[in-house]
Design a protein around this ligand. Structure first.
Ligand SMILES: [Zn+2]
Length: 409
């Protein structure tokens, strides 16, 4: 942990009048002044660099300005906790007054708090836009409450591929740091006054967080798999109670399956989301840069964040054969890509563990195997049982998270 002496010699960052010149890329000085009445920044540099978008203090000030006058609508039905309320700025202000700029953090850490400090958030180096920083600050603010809300190891979802991770909360209802972020994303998505690109991003992140960040899935979401029978009827197999629900043939899930979000992930310069049929990425720093593509040859299976050989945060997509493809790290290299350009390769041992792929499905404590004769077996530890109803299937797809109300979110 950081020695206290470093903290003591750090500067309280102030606005430098002589080195600062207004330009369109700069944070507005008047607005910054207002925010700086509520929050103090400490770091090794003496002045705030309001025209430097790489500067973490500047990114954070931008995020606080973004939150300042924001009055948010409620979250999606079934997800209304009211944790941060309609005014997230007040929520943060009530809990935080000091930001410390760190020179170095553990990989993957954007910010952190220490239990022996009060009202203090440590900010890690990294490029983030105002919206990301804002949600991160709200997350850390939650940790500063007396009950702290520490995280727990993800037992399901993509993060469970990394044993020992502390990337989940137990449940949404616990109202921990991931829940406050999740609700904030949904509120953003539901607020007309927010920029449409950010609202969409909020919705994607909301979907991603409800699916990935809680060991007990919120609402009526269930882990399971889609089963296609010999007559092309699709059913949802609910893993936890072994229930099979036929999905009505007029359902949008059957026709297009847009509600099946297979994954949402963010690298340094891209935020992407994929369903079984569509793939979409945006540049979080420039809402005009949007890339969309229809999957026709490739059947994506999941998508998640990983580090490439150069140590950069990238997005990896896996297909139903368990092969993986790494996305370009920036929008420029992605924008002209066609489906055939995605180089899906078998995984190098030890580089990426794909726990589940066709025809083998694993999520939670069971796996499904589709046998050549069309029968499906459920394997739970050493216990192997046939799927209820003993029907024959030609395809299984998953793991997927589904609920009858998922589309309405
Ligand atoms: Zn946290």
């Amino acid at each position: 942990m950081r020695p206290l002496s470093t903290f003591l010699c750090a500067f309280v960052l102030s606005l430098s009048l002589n080195t600062w010149a207004q330009s369109s890329d700069c944070v507005d000085k008047t607005q910054a002044d207002i925010v700086l009445k509520d929050f103090k920044f400490y770091g090794d540099q003496q002045y705030l660099k309001l025209c430097d978008s790489n500067d973490v203090a500047t990114q954070t000030i931008k995020s606080l300005i973004f939150l300042k006058d924001l009055k948010l609508n409620k979250a999606a039905k079934g997800y209304r906790m009211g944790i941060a309320g309609a005014r997230p700025y007040d929520y943060v202000k009530k809990r935080v007054s000091i930001f410390i700029l760190e020179n170095q953090c553990d990989r993957g850490t954007g910010a952190f708090v220490r239990l022996d400090e009060k009202r203090t958030v440590h900010l890690c180096p990294g490029q983030m836009d105002a919206f990301w920083r804002a949600s991160l600050v709200i997350h850390e603010a939650r940790h500063l409450d007396d009950d702290g809300h520490a995280h727990t190891e993800c037992r399901r979802g993509t993060f469970a591929l990394n044993p020992g991770n502390q990337s989940c909360d137990l449940s949404y209802d616990d109202q921990g740091a991931y829940a406050v972020m999740t609700e904030f994303y949904s509120q953003i998505a539901n607020t007309e006054a927010v920029n449409p690109a950010i609202r969409k991003l909020g919705k994607s992140l909301f979907m991603n967080f409800v699916i990935e960040r809680f060991n007990f899935l919120p609402g009526d979401l269930k882990d399971g798999a889609f089963l296609t029978d010999l007559n092309n009827r699709i059913s949802f197999f609910e893993g936890s109670n072994r229930k099979i629900t036929e999905i009505p043939s007029d359902s949008i899930v059957v026709n297009e399956r847009p509600a099946t979000i297979l994954g949402a992930a963010t690298s340094k310069d891209l935020t992407c989301i994929t369903s079984a049929t569509k793939f979409k990425c945006i540049d979080p720093f420039d809402a005009k840069k949007v890339f969309t593509m229809q999957w026709s040859q490739i059947r994506p299976h999941s998508m998640f964040e990983s580090f490439n050989s150069r140590g950069e945060l990238t997005i990896t997509i896996t297909d139903h054969q368990g092969r993986s493809a790494e996305l370009p790290t920036d929008f420029e290299n992605l924008k002209d890509m066609r489906e055939s350009d995605f180089a899906f390769k078998s995984n190098k041992k030890g580089v990426l563990k794909v726990q589940s792929y066709m025809p083998y499905i694993y999520r939670g404590t069971y796996s499904l195997t589709l046998r050549k004769d069309g029968s499906v077996l459920i394997k739970n530890g050493a216990l192997v049982t046939p799927i209820p109803g003993n029907q024959k299937y030609k395809d299984i797809e998953g793991p997927v998270v589904w609920s009858p109300t998922l589309q309405a979110l």
